[in-house]
Ligand binder design. Structure first.
Ligand SMILES: C[S@@+](CC[C@H](N)C(=O)[O-])C[C@H]1O[C@@H](n2cnc3c(N)ncnc32)[C@H](O)[C@@H]1O
Length: 217
C-alpha cells in the first residue's frame, strides 16, 4: 500500500514502512492494539513464562497490546473476553482503554504512592511474572536518556526482588549503548538465569532489545 499525505510533519518513509509492516497487519487481523504484542509473544513462546493461574504485572502497559496478549494466555480458550485463570495488573503514566479482567493503575512507576497502589493491588501476594515495556520520553541528550532508561529498568528489578515469587521471571525492554552492560550485570547479580532477546518483531534498525531474568538468586 502506498501512503499519500500532504502533512510535512509525517515522515512518509516511516509511514509507508509502518503500513506495510507484517506485524502491523497481523495486529490488525488479530485484534491487538499495537504490533508490540508480538515482541512479548515471541519471548513467551521461547521461554514459556506465562502459565495458567499466573499473576502478571505489566509495567508501561498503554495502549494495552501486552496486556491483551497476557489476557489471552490466561484465558482457558485463549479468548479476549470471558473466563480468566490468573490476574493481570497493568500500570502506565497514560490512560489505557479497559481490557476485560485487567486491573489498571494510572500513574508514574517512579513515584512511591503509585508503587504503594501496585502493592495494594497485589493484596499481599507476589507476581509470577513482571513485564516492562516502559520507555521514557527521550530528550535527545544521550547521557540523560541513558540514565532515564536505566532508572526504569533498575526500579523494575527492585520491584521484582520485593514483589515477585522466587521462581518468577522479569522481562524488561532496554536499549543497546548507554548503560546496557551495567544493566546486564545487574540482571546477572539478581537472577539465576539471564537471557538477552531481540525478537524478530523488534525493528532491526532500533537499538531496542529485551532482557529476561528468571529465578531470583
Ligand atoms: C512502548 S509503550 C508500551 C506498549 C505496551 N507494552 C503495549 O503493548 O501496548 C511504553 C509505555 O511506557 C509508559 N511509561 C514510560 N515511563 C513510565 C513511567 N515512569 N511509569 C509508567 N509508565 C511509563 C509510557 O507512557 C508508554 O505508554
Amino acid at each position: 500500500m502506498k501512503v499519500n499525505t500532504k502533512s510535512k510533519k509525517v515522515n512518509k518513509a516511516w509511514l509507508n514502512s509502518h503500513v506495510n509492516d507484517p506485524y502491523v497487519k497481523a495486529a490488525q487481523k488479530d485484534g491487538y492494539r499495537a504490533r508490540a504484542a508480538y515482541k512479548l509473544k515471541e519471548i513467551d513462546e521461547q521461554l514459556k513464562l506465562i502459565r495458567p493461574g499466573a499473576t502478571v504485572v505489566d509495567l508501561g502497559s498503554t495502549p494495552g497490546a501486552w496486556s491483551q496478549y497476557v489476557r489471552r494466555c490466561l484465558s482457558p480458550e485463549g479468548a479476549a473476553v470471558g473466563a480468566l485463570n490468573g490476574r493481570i495488573i497493568s500500570l502506565d503514566l497514560l490512560p489505557m482503554e479497559p481490557i476485560e479482567g485487567v486491573q489498571f493503575i494510572l500513574g508514574d512507576f517512579r513515584e512511591e504512592p503509585v508503587l504503594a497502589q501496585l502493592q495494594e493491588a497485589l493484596g499481599g501476594g507476589k507476581a509470577d511474572v513482571v513485564v516492562s515495556d516502559m520507555a521514557p520520553n527521550l530528550s535527545g541528550n544521550g547521557t540523560t536518556d541513558a540514565a532515564r532508561i536505566a532508572l526504569l529498568v533498575e526500579l523494575a528489578v527492585d520491584f521484582s526482588i520485593h514483589h515477585m515469587k522466587p521462581e518468577g521471571a522479569l522481562v524488561v525492554k532496554l536499549f543497546h549503548g548507554g548503560a546496557y552492560d551495567d544493566l546486564v550485570a545487574l540482571f546477572r547479580q539478581t537472577f539465576k538465569v539471564v537471557k538477552p532477546i531481540k525478537p524478530k518483531s523488534s525493528r532491526d534498525k532500533s537499538s531496542e532489545t529485551f532482557l529476561v531474568g528468571m529465578g531470583l538468586k
